[in-house]
Write a protein that binds this ligand. Structure first.
Ligand code: GLC
Length: 731
């Protein structure tokens, strides 16, 4: 039933005006300014008509991916779907995959690949594709972008997230959110907050100082709310300062709603609500969840047994919880429904289009990172008769793994297929897996010998290895880069180190391509490898993108969105803090603000590859840096020239150092960046306007942001470890 019918039933002749968004009708001579419609009058009407039971139905799950509706009033359920890099397969109302339904979709590159493009426009286009496909599939909320600062290399879900740096994280999330929401549906910034490990994620308690919270973990969420206007946020599983995120008045009310002005919906992660009264009396609007027995609770899929269901009704009727708390939740839900045109028509979505697939390809082209190249890349087809391809990831598909972000890909081009698509008939491609993807295996001498023989007798050789999401797309064998599990170390599994060493011994020009969501301990062979590429999980077009980069059809331009430590012990989350254990569920952020490059550069620990690092087949020259103080902040300008023979793109990064601070600040902090495409020999002027907020730090004693007078150094470069030009300015 349409809302109009419901309203006219309810309101008995309420004037038509009430059906319009409540804003004055401007007269012709008045300047008609863009007025954001508000729906408060309609919301009031509906709320007044609801019973307590009906209100409660709206604020908890009604199936695996819906929250309740009210048929009598023409209020439909809200429908949600994972995930951050593609619309997940259909579950229907249960948790089993629906069979024989048209639910394959565009499998975009995973979050870290998008972040590695440092391309804000691509962030928007990524979200646009996701929004069009989610809309087409009848979803009201797509449960992405996923981001939590990448703090430990072991976190199983780093692949789904964006960066170790709050500014890069924020910039890529904002574009993504706008792209999704311009399609008329809601994005969901998750997981709020500091869900930075998967180990016992429902039990761990995260402790961090207010300065760490404000300077590092909140900024991507603040930007999502205030710049991205994100319509929903997902409360994380973990505790924060000893309170579950889904119960935290500080996180959900004080910060999110009062300080940041968030007027959207907070949904819980699935089964993240643990107490009726605590969740009812804070700004948690919808309790989402799954089969209660999966969590050792009574009730199975009886959604009335959820915390914000029958129990809540009983407590309200007993006068223990004021009904106004429920009304507030219902308001947020109805407001979202109006805003996403749940009661009228949305733009038509689209699905598995060539446009979507070419965007997936563009993100892979721009997000794959060339880590090392000592004269071996790009490969040349001319004169090549035989190409040796080794490694199980040359033929493996990754879309269906990793947990809730799994995608039933419309297709997924593997590296071997990509190479076959691109290379001419004249080039014979010979393949050997080299290792077995199996929990128990270590290296296999016979497989190594076969692979070694191949690379030793070929004109060129490429190895595709690295990590995987799990051994199949079933949940019970999630491994390495996956939800609900963390890596146990940074060493490649399946005996790959031994294999890679043998390949390099047989052919030192073998190119090493690694799949994965983060860093790898490469000490066993890194010095011997002349060419190393970080492929991440590059989506359905990844095989074609890798082939194009390997043979120079695409000039790589990706930049690391996280530092790659030499070894795990170098990572600040491990050097300055410790992992939770079964006996100690505390994640204490002892490293403070020194996460990622903020640590490596301040403590002078050299990473294997620095934050912001990524090579090109051309070279870039930075010159004529000018830095000037203005009332609003600091203007930065410089000249950038492509001094090589090939067109390319450079990500110009601007870091700031506070030379005189009352407390210890990082050696540098990213405060701006710009991706600049230049033809061979072309120059461009690149300018930035740094606001004063870029110079501030959070002072816990003052309980606010501080901009101290004194000298600041503005550093501009190609990575955190490759500063090309710098100048100081006094503030
Ligand atoms: C999962 C994930 C969350 C996902 C949700 C629904 O546990 O933590 O990211 O969106 O449940 O699948």
């Amino acid at each position: 039933m349409k809302l109009t019918t419901a309203l006219s039933l309810l309101a008995f002749g309420v004037s038509l005006l009430l059906l319009l968004p409540s804003c004055e009708t401007p007269t012709t001579e008045e300047v008609v300014e863009e007025v954001t419609p508000t729906y408060e009058l309609q919301i009031d009407s509906l709320l007044q008509a609801m019973t307590l039971e009906e209100k409660t139905a709206l604020i908890h799950a009604s199936s695996s991916f819906t929250s309740g509706g009210i048929e009598r009033l023409g209020i439909p359920e809200l429908t949600m779907s994972d995930g951050p890099h593609g619309v997940r397969h259909e579950h229907g109302r249960d948790w089993e995959k629906d069979e024989n339904v048209a639910d394959s979709s565009t499998y975009l590159p995973v979050g870290v690949t998008l972040a590695a493009t440092w391309n804000r426009d691509l962030g928007y286009q990524f979200g646009e594709v996701l929004g069009q496909e989610a809309n087409y599939r009848g979803k009201d909320i797509i449960l992405g972008p996923g981001f939590n600062l990448i703090r430990s290399p072991l976190n199983g879900r780093n692949f789904e997230y964006l960066s170790e740096d709050p500014y890069l994280n924020a910039e890529m999330a904002v574009g993504y959110i706008k792209g999704v929401q311009d399609q008329g549906i809601a994005a969901c910034a998750k997981h709020y907050i500091a869900n930075t490990l998967e180990f016992e994620r429902e039990k761990v308690n995260v402790e961090m100082s207010e300065r760490v919270l404000r300077e590092l973990y909140l900024p991507p969420f603040k930007a999502s709310v205030q710049e991205g206007k994100v319509k929903t946020i997902m409360a994380a599983y973990n505790k924060f300062r000893d309170t579950y995120c889904a119960h935290s008045a500080y996180l959900l009310d004080t910060i999110l709603r009062k300080e940041y002005g968030f007027e959207g919906l907070v949904v819980s992660d699935w089964m993240a609500v643990k107490d009726t009264k605590k969740a009812a009396t804070v700004g948690l609007d919808i309790e989402m969840g799954t089969d209660l027995t999966m969590f050792g609770l009574e009730g199975g899929l009886d959604y009335d047994k959820f915390y914000l269901a029958d129990t809540l009704i009983t407590l309200v009727k007993a006068g223990e919880i004021d009904e106004s708390y429920i009304d507030a939740k219902v308001r947020n839900i109805l407001r979202l429904m109006f805003e996403i045109h749940k009661f009228d028509t949305r733009p038509a979505g689209s699905y598995n289009t060539a446009k979507h697939q070419s965007l997936a390809r563009k993100v892979a082209d721009e997000g794959i990172v060339l880590l090392k190249n000592e004269g071996v890349l790009p490969l040349a087809q001319d004169g090549m008769n035989k190409l040796a391809v080794v490694g199980a990831n040359a033929t493996r598909k990754h879309a269906g793994g990793g947990g809730s972000s799994q995608v039933k890909a419309y297709y997924e081009t593997t590296p071997l297929e990509g190479l076959s698509n691109m290379l001419s008939e004249g080039v014979a491609i010979e393949y050997a897996p080299g290792y077995v993807v199996d929990r128990e295996t270590k290296s296999d001498p016979t497989m190594i010998a076969e692979a070694v023989d191949l690379v030793a007798n070929a004109d060129a050789a490429v190895y595709f290895g690295g990590w995987i999401h799990g051994f199949s797309d079933a949940w019970d064998d999630n491994a390495y880069d996956a939800e609900s599990v963390d890596k146990s170390d940074m060493y490649l599994p399946f005996g790959q180190d031994e294999l890679i060493k043998a390949l390099l011994a047989a052919n030192p020009n073998t190119i090493i391509v690694l799949f994965g969501g983060g860093p790898t301990d490469m000490r066993a062979w890194q010095a011997d490898a002349k060419g190393i590429i970080q492929a991440w999980y590059p989506g359905m077009e990844g095989g074609n993108a890798l082939a194009a980069i390997l043979f120079g059809e695409v000039n790589p331009s990706g930049k690391l969105p996280m530092s790659f430590p030499v070894k795990l012990e170098d990572s600040p989350a491990h050097a300055l803090s410790e992992l939770p254990t079964p006996d100690n569920m505390l994640i204490d952020h002892k490293e403070g603000v020194f996460v990622g490059y903020r640590y490596f550069d301040t403590y002078e620990v050299a990473p294997a590859f620095a934050f912001g690092h990524g090579l090109s087949y051309t070279t870039f020259e930075y010159s004529d840096l000018a830095v000037a103080k203005t009332k609003e902040g600091i203007t930065v300008s410089l000249s950038l020239k492509n001094t090589g023979e090939q067109d390319g793109a450079e990500v110009v990064q601007v870091y700031v150092k506070d030379e005189e601070a009352a407390l210890r600040r990082p050696e540098k902090e990213l405060k701006e960046f710009q991706r600049v495409a230049l033809k061979a020999g072309e120059s461009a002027e690149v300018t930035f306007d740094l606001p004063t907020t870029a110079l501030q730090y959070y002072d816990e004693q003052k309980g606010g942001w501080v901009l101290e007078p004194g000298a600041f150094t503005i550093m501009v470069g190609s990575s955190a470890a490759d500063i090309r030009v710098q100048k100081s300015v006094d503030w």
